[in-house]
Design a protein around this ligand. Sequence first.
Ligand code: ASP
Ligand code: MG
Length: 419
Amino acid sequence: MARIVMKFGGTSMAGTERIRVVAARVKREVDAGHEVAVVVSAMAGDTDRLVNFCREAAPLHDPKEYDVVVAAGEQITSGLLAITLQAMGVRARSWLGWQLPIRTSDAHSSARIEDIDTSGLIAAMSSGEVAVIPGFQGMTADDRVTTLGRGGSDTSAVAVAAAVKADRCDIYTDVDGVYTTDPRIVPRARKLAKVTYEEMLELASVGAKVLQTRSVGLAMKENVRIQVLSSFDDRDSADLPGTMIVGDDELGVEDMERQLITGIAHDKNEAKVTLTRVPDKPGAVASIFSPLAEASINVDMIIQNISHGTGSTDVTFTVPGAELARSLDLLGKAKEAIGYESLVHDTKVAKISVVGVGMRSHAGVASTMFSALAQRGINIQAITTSEIKVSVLIDEDETELAVRVLHTAYGLDAEVEAA
Ligand code: ASP
Ligand code: MG
């Protein structure tokens, strides 16, 4: 007997027919003797609809009331799932965020879970009753409804799993796992059987469609084993070939056979900024990045280019595309203080990252990347590395080519199936 948290996304909950399929899956785990809590999303499209209602009501609206509105989608699906389970003869009860309660910060529309009272929940689960919990919602210390940010039900599920000390957190979604790269770019991308938390965080561009990134950080902190599974495959959970997201320590001997690189991610949402002829003296770089840091702008790649022999140097870095306008404004205002000559930017760039914990113990990962790109004439504009990642910045038009070339270079292409 195990204690399981099952989570179903919006496409799995879209309509009573699909909810019946979900209920049947829940029933199977109950019949197998497990204690089960289910966390649900709103029906696909419903949250968007509710967000639009708020915008129509008033473009600038009170975030406290926005949360009251958008949390409603999950209230509907949790009640419907409880009804459907009961109709199948399974004891079930819904527990809304305020009923448990799930306490969060008061950052409306992007609240953080602070505490979950599990006493009632655990008592219900161990009596054999399925607890159905709407994802995405919580309550502040002064009893106002909050939501956790779009895609937040994944985080709800992981938080519930941590709070009830579940053996597993099974996330059922409309994809069947995490792939080595975006299968739309590389049809021969392979599904990964296991990914570590850290790899999953670094692979955000590949994985973000699968899980809210915040939920992975929480799972890593709380040591929650996550399994990503397809809700559209009818096999038992034990037979479903999904992806497990685990700690480094859970990579067993069989995983030593893994490729050195686990996956390849791409990100077209960065922008490159260059300041020319920055004085080559102590404090110059600090004067560039301090105003950005104060404005909470996340700078990613940084390179200091050649010195001009005239006591000046060029400094290039990237910021999220959405922060470019703000960054240029801040740097424009600081022109005198920094003392640069010109400020140029480029949004037609992409960051390509190769990720894998195997990198820790192997040399040559970066040089394989650079040679493979060079052979295809792809120019590298900036580089950053971490213990388990090497990223390069290239021309955005070459994104797909670079991902394909690297996928092959690191031996990640799946065997072509015999016809
Ligand atoms: N329904 C919410 C959303 O669409 C939360 C979730 O589904 O994870 O963002
Ligand atoms: Mg989701």
